[in-house]
Design a protein around this ligand. Sequence first.
Ligand SMILES: [Fe+2]
Length: 241
Amino acid sequence: AICQGKAFRAFTEQYPFLCHGLSLSIGSPSPLDEAFVRRLKLFLKQHGIRGYSEHLSYCSDDGHLYDLMPIPFTEEAVHYVAARIRRVQDILEQPIAMENVSYYAAPGKEMDEIDFINSVLAEADCRLLLDVNNVYVNSINHHYDARDFIRRLPAERVSYLHVAGHYQEAEDLIVDTHGADVIDPVWQLLDATYELLGPVPTLLERDFNIPPLPELLTEVDIIIAMQQQHEKNRSPISRRA
Ligand SMILES: [Fe+2]
């Protein structure tokens, strides 16, 4: 483990790093794993990691499921999750970013997804990792306007973006798999997002069906070209700090 730590350190000394977690389980009914958060704090410090992000969902109760389960869109869940995010931020002594997830059922829903996310962000006073593909996937599966959804998010809280491909199960059911090329409507939504937020940093997610690297990098090139275009379009006055 020490050797692996050293090898990893060689990278973190050379490049800026962000960490994206899968096991915080912020919406879980079981107590927050504070021992994990304290170990995480040490890790972030040891490697000079610039930021930490997680999913606005949960993946465990007694054991870990390694899947992202939907938190009920309720007032009670807003307070519960926001308090847990605040606790994580208190232990880490830094703000964290929460990612909007794709969901295929909305158990116990009492409010719209947008109101749920906005309430959690405000009450927890945390950052937002905006996954543009997840907004697109949810807009199809749950019948809402993706651009309007992004317009209603707090721009000042967005730390960075995710963009990815997905799997089309049926015309009205698509599944966020990270296993395919990004499709045109998602590129268009990314473009509209840059229009609103400026060319914020963007991560291309690809988990499997991975094509040869030069092919994959053509998608990164599209992101870079789009960002440069939006950089040009922004006057120095309107540029965000
Ligand atoms: Fe994502």
